[in-house]
Design a protein around this ligand. Structure first.
Ligand code: ATR
Length: 266
């Protein structure tokens, strides 16, 4: 019998998770199928997950924090991060993990962050594992978010500084800028910061996996631009490693997703 897995979020229509995970199942010879569930009510989804059953669920926006109250157990690292993006179902017992942290590590491989000033934009579920990683690596983190209170919450959890007003910050001040907001999902979106903050020595990681205006601008300055695609693939491979309990490598999945993204944008 084909085993069911899921990606759950709201909205979910543009998710690349089914494409990635179903390609993994095919390559690994696993008889499983991932469906996308567009759910506003994450509590109802967890009940469905137990009942069907759904064996693995990738949890995405806006449920990464709210889902934590509906699972039976939370992995220690996910609990420290304060967000869950993966659920495993063992005979009706749901356990939550965070694999975004593995994705961030992969995306920032070779980027020096220890002792550096890093600007983190956004304070939703996507920003939490970034802050956790940066703290772990010894960066000086500056939080900036439209809703200041949410940036304050992150500061009290992970340490660092809330930078409410970026207008007086000098160009090149931050060696790394991470965009964890949803600004850039639409090609017509503005940059989430003023462009002078990026110089040729700045590295910019955008958690969005398309080529956002921010990434285009960064490349145009001759600076290093990292899209969220490498992060997305790495966190997805880690989800399957957790479920299937074996190492899962990237057998051309990044290229497959790049192709799909290109077709979407035509
Ligand atoms: P995720 O789980 O992916 O982080 P989210 O919780 O909806 O998603 O958070 C999206 C982030 O983008 C938030 O930091 C949000 O700012 P608020 O906390 O003020 O809502 C940010 N964001 C969304 N639209 C924005 C906009 N137009 N300008 C600035 N920030 C924006």
């Amino acid at each position: 019998m084909t085993l069911q897995t899921a990606v759950v979020g709201h909205p979910i229509s543009h998710s690349l998770s089914p494409l990635l995970h179903n390609a993994i199942y095919k390559h690994e010879g696993v008889d499983a199928d991932m469906h996308a569930y567009d759910e506003e009510d994450i509590a109802a989804f967890t009940e469905k997950m137990r009942a069907l059953p759904i064996h693995l669920a990738a949890v995405t926006l806006p449920h990464k924090q709210s889902v934590m109250q509906y699972v039976d157990e939370i992995d220690a690292r996910a609990s420290d991060i304060g967000a869950v993006n993966t659920l495993l179902n063992t005979d009706g017992v749901l356990r939550g993990y965070n694999t975004d942290i593995v994705g961030i590590e992969a995306a920032l491989k070779g980027v020096q962050v220890s002792g550096k000033d890093v600007l983190l934009l956004g304070a939703g579920g996507a920003a939490y594992p970034v802050a956790y990683y940066l703290k772990f690596k010894g960066a000086h983190v500056f939080y900036h978010n439209r809703t200041k209170e949410k940036a304050e919450e992150m500061r009290s959890r992970f340490g660092g500084v809330v930078e409410d007003d970026l207008s007086s910050i000098s160009p090149g001040r931050f060696s790394l800028i991470v965009n964890a907001t949803s600004v850039g999902l639409k090609l017509s979106d503005p940059l989430p910061i003023r462009e002078e903050l990026i110089t040729k020595d700045t590295t910019v990681l955008d958690l969005i996996y398309t080529e956002t205006p921010l990434l285009k601008h960064t490349s145009a300055k001759g600076a290093r631009a990292i899209s969220g695609l490498s992060m997305f693939v790495a966190q997805g491979l880690e989800q399957e490693r957790l479920w299937l309990d074996r190492e899962i490598r990237d057998y051309g999945y990044t290229a497959l997703l790049q192709d799909a993204l290109q077709k979407q944008s035509i």
